[in-house]
Design a protein around this ligand. Structure first.
Ligand SMILES: *Cc1c(COP(=O)(O)O)cnc(C)c1O
Length: 847
């Protein structure tokens, strides 16, 4: 035939099930198994082959399947049930947020992130940061937050991973067609599509705004692939973390500055702005620029308004994970910009300066910290490490008091919960469990699940994982040109009685993926035991530029091919949320052995714990808080080592011993019915301890109560009456800064000596405040244990008189509440009712 054209013919959706389209466009389906079943049951292999993407599925499913479904009573009953649940979700009578903070009705919270991991059908995430952002949006929707997300719609996504025969990672980029994913063009109040403009070193760059609906909340994603742009700028938003520093700064300008403009163009005026990681920190500059240009504020006044409503979350203790740009780059991209902020080059560069071994840089983390009144790390340990890491920004302030707090990460329960466990939750935790996820008492319900039912739900998860792996392995064997004998063999690799260990994450080297092979003979003995077989599954991508990370993948793939380890060690290609779900719902033990304390939080282990898969992990990130001695196992100790080699050797030894002496014996200690009750105890402890504590519901409530609500209230105070309070605070800070160097403090108290607990010692101080008054400062006794183990306590001293030369006399009592070696000091800090924290100005004067 002489082909004149190719036409796509989409099926027509029968009237009776018309709303399948509408449902496909709301990511609510991504955490609702019944909604997914509406598509999957029409053609499961098509559903699987299209990455569970309902938009694409509805274009490709056959007309016949749709017609049949529309006439099938079972199908239409499921359809009606799902639609009723969807409508109830979208239009609730009341939400947690409305009930808890009614006064914040009508406000909005804008959340900026470079990546969002919502579902495998929308591959615009690379790993933990993205999955966390996606889960954050879902739970914000569940709890009724007035939330909007801002990010990128990367047309090339992250990359697809293929492993070659000799274990090399190849990266492929395929183009996402936006009409085939659940996204639509965002529209303003006039119904027009929205395009924003930013300036990149002298040229205009445009971004179109797309909208992804996540339950009740919209996520706005930018895309620079528009005809208005030069060809190279059209590529700017093609890839996530794909380019050099030039692309990086350009993307971050579009995210931070373009993102603010997008929100304005869409008609929002957020009361809270959340920077999820430093990538988004330029949003602080853009907000200052708006206030300087449109409201006539000075830089300092605008900064006060901006700080009040900005919240910053830092995500990594690895120094290289914090973006910083050379001053030459800043000149190039911001030479036209700092003037619009009302400051000069010197002040601009100084504002976010970080001196690195290779020179002075403009740090996105410093910028974010300066522009945000509140900042946090993502686990208790990571909070401590972050305070240490950034303590240089607060000279004179003890690290323990640096104003960076922590809110430990969590996961979105419904997204990650095994379909095999879901009915057991309905039955034994109560049908309202979805509304009570962060309630610890709810999770005691797992002790009511009968042993047989729990054991078989865990087995079912494993069977599903094995079937998935079999299909993947068969596909790959085809690709590698294997013959039928080999293909048939694959099914025999998977025996459900095997203890399966899972390890899946980004292949950053500090995660030490190859640690379990550091003593090859020892691990060989473990996996080849005939009575008590063990299998180890790996999955994960290394950043394409990370050669050592790719080398780890190569080593594991080569081990997996060695006759001693064949079928016992396997690497699953192209880790994504789909594989993530199969693994956390199907393996028996979740292994994590990062080099402590580099893992900020980690969340995959939380997903596993929720599914009754206990963690075997280094006491880093969330596990340092989560491990309670009954709900899994720890690797290594909570201590520092003289060098990495010593630490690696000690951790490896601990890993082997724990596996051999505890994990394997517990799993194989079977009763007559084939169930290990010893194992189920650990499983139940895992679910009941982690299910609520490391849930997104708990996390979102903490962000709301501890950070968003204070920010919104601060924002209202600062903005009222033409920003009157912001002007006052800026003026006050200016005055304090001026007088601070001229102040004087001298204190007297015992230099050494002995006391008993509860016996107070008197301390006296004389201060001269230059032009400040006593109401503007606090004079404090700060004391704590010499080893610094439990941090410091401060107690205010009382103003008791004046000196002849205009100074002030303060007196206080030091009364230690516990025995030990105590150290103490006396200091002055500035106080003002509008400060979030007394260390906000980084001014402290010690006697
Ligand atoms: C949960 C998840 C992560 C994050 O896991 P970590 O424990 O932080 O490494 C990364 N990638 C995918 C696909 C995930 O689902």
């Amino acid at each position: 035939m002489n082909i004149l054209g190719t036409l796509s013919v989409f099926p027509h959706i029968p009237e009776r099930i018309q709303r399948l389209h509408e449902l496909a466009d709301n990511l609510w389906w991504s955490w609702n198994p019944d909604a997914q079943a509406l598509y999957a049951t029409l053609n499961v292999s098509l559903w699987d082959s299209l990455a569970h993407n309902p938009v694409k599925f509805l274009r490709e499913v056959s007309q016949k399947s749709l017609n049949q479904a529309a006439g099938d009573e079972n199908y239409t009953a499921l359809y009606d049930r799902v639609m009723a649940a969807f409508d109830a979700y979208m239009h609730p009578d009341a939400t947690w947020f409305d009930q808890t903070y009614p006064e914040l009705k009508g406000k909005s919270i804008a959340y900026f992130s470079a990546e969002f991991g919502l579902h495998e059908a929308l591959p615009i995430y690379s790993g933990g940061l993205g999955v966390l952002s996606g889960d954050h949006c879902k739970a914000a929707s569940d709890l009724g937050l007035p939330f909007i997300g801002v990010g990128f719609l990367y047309s090339g996504g992250y990359f697809t991973q293929r492993i070659t025969g000799d274990g090399r990672q190849d990266a492929f980029y395929s183009k996402i067609k936006f009409d085939e994913v659940p996204t639509t063009a965002a529209r303003n109040s006039n119904g027009e599509e929205v395009i924003v403009k930013v300036d990149l070193s002298g040229r205009a760059v445009y971004a179109k705004i797309w909208k992804v609906q996540v339950g009740r909340i919209p996520l706005f994603l930018m895309d620079t692939d528009v005809p208005l742009n030069d060809p190279q700028d059209r590529e700017l938003s093609a890839r996530l973390y794909g380019g050099d520093n030039e692309i990086r700064i350009s993307q971050e300008i579009v995210l931070g500055i373009g993102g603010v403009r997008a929100i304005r163009a869409l008609g929002y005026d957020p009361a809270v702005w959340h920077m999820n990681e430093g990538h988004a920190a330029f949003l602080g500059l853009e907000r200052i620029r708006e206030l300087v240009q449109n409201q006539g504020l000075t830089f300092q006044q605008a900064l006060e308004v901006t700080r009040a409503s900005c919240v910053f979350t830092t995500h990594t203790p690895v120094p290289a994970g914090h973006d910083a740009f050379g001053f030459d780059m800043m000149d190039k991209h911001f030479g036209h910009y700092w003037g619009q902020l009302g400051i000069n080059r010197e002040a601009f560069l100084q504002f976010a300066r970080q001196d690195q071994p290779w020179g002075a840089t403009f740090s996105m983390t410093v910028l974010a910290l300066r522009c945000s009144g509140q900042a946090n790390g993502v686990s208790k340990l990571h909070g401590e490490v972050s305070r240490e890491m950034w303590t240089w920004l607060w000279p004179g302030t003890p690290a323990a008091e640096v104003p960076i707090g922590h809110i430990t990460n969590g996961v979105h329960t419904e997204t990650w919960l095994s379909p095999a466990l879901c009915p057991l939750f309905d039955k034994y935790l109560g049908t309202d469990w979805r509304m009570r996820i962060d309630d610890p008492t709810l999770w005691q319900g797992v002790y009511n699940i009968p042993d047989e039912e729990l054991w078989s739900a865990l087995q079912e998860g494993k069977e599903r994982l094995f079937r998935f792996m079999e299909a993947r392995a068969t596909n790959r064997a085809y690709r590698m040109g294997e013959g039928p004998a080999r293909l048939k063999q694959i099914a025999t690799f998977f025996s459900p009685n095997t203890l399966v260990i899972g390890f899946a994450r980004r292949f950053a080297t500090y995660k030490r993926a190859t640690m379990i092979f550091s003593d090859v003979e020892r691990i060989k003995r473990l996996v080849s035991n005939r009575e008590r077989p063990v299998m180890i599954l790996f999955s994960g991508k290394a950043h394409p530029a990370d050669e050592p990370g790719k080398e780890f993948i190569r080593q594991i793939c080569q081990i997996a091919q060695h006759p001693d380890f064949e079928h016992k060690v396997m690497f699953i290609e192209d880790y994504d949320m789909n594989i993530g779900r199969y693994l956390v719902q199907g393996v028996d033990v979740w292994l994590n052995n990062p080099r402590r304390p580099r893992e900020a939080s980690g969340t995959s282990g939380q997903k596993a714990a929720l599914n009754g898969c206990p963690n075997l992990s280094v006491l880093d990130g969330w596990w340092a808080e989560g491990y309670d001695g009954r709900n899994g196992w720890s690797i290594g100790e909570e201590r520092m080592y003289k060098d990495e080699a010593t630490q690696d050797a000690a951790d490896a030894l601990s890993l082997y011993t724990t596996l051999e002496d505890e994990v394997v014996p517990a799993y194989y200690q079977r009763d007559d019915d084939g169930i290990s009750r010893r194992w189920l105890n650990i499983t139940r402890a895992s679910m009941s301890s982690a299910g609520w504590l490391f849930s997104m519901a708990r996390m979102i409530k903490e962000y709301t109560t501890d950070m968003y609500v204070p920010a919104a209230r601060h924002d209202a105070v600062m903005s009222a009456n033409g920003y009157a309070r912001a002007r006052e605070v800026a003026e006050w800070k200016h005055r304090v800064q001026f007088h601070w160097p001229q102040m004087f403090i001298e204190a007297s108290g015992p230099r050494d000596g002995q006391l008993t607990v509860g016996e107070p010692v008197e301390i006296n101080a004389t201060v001269r405040l230059s032009g400040l008054t006593p109401s503007e400062v606090a004079v404090e006794i700060v004391h704590g244990f010499q080893d610094g183990a439990v941090g410091f306590t401060d107690e205010p001293m009382q103003l008791v008189g004046r000196t002849d030369d205009g100074g002030y006399l303060y007196r206080g009592l030091l009364a230690p509440a516990a025995s030990g070696q105590i150290i103490y000091g006396v200091r002055i800090v500035p106080v003002h009712p509008d400060l979030f924290n007394k260390h906000e100005m980084a001014l402290v004067r010690w006697a």
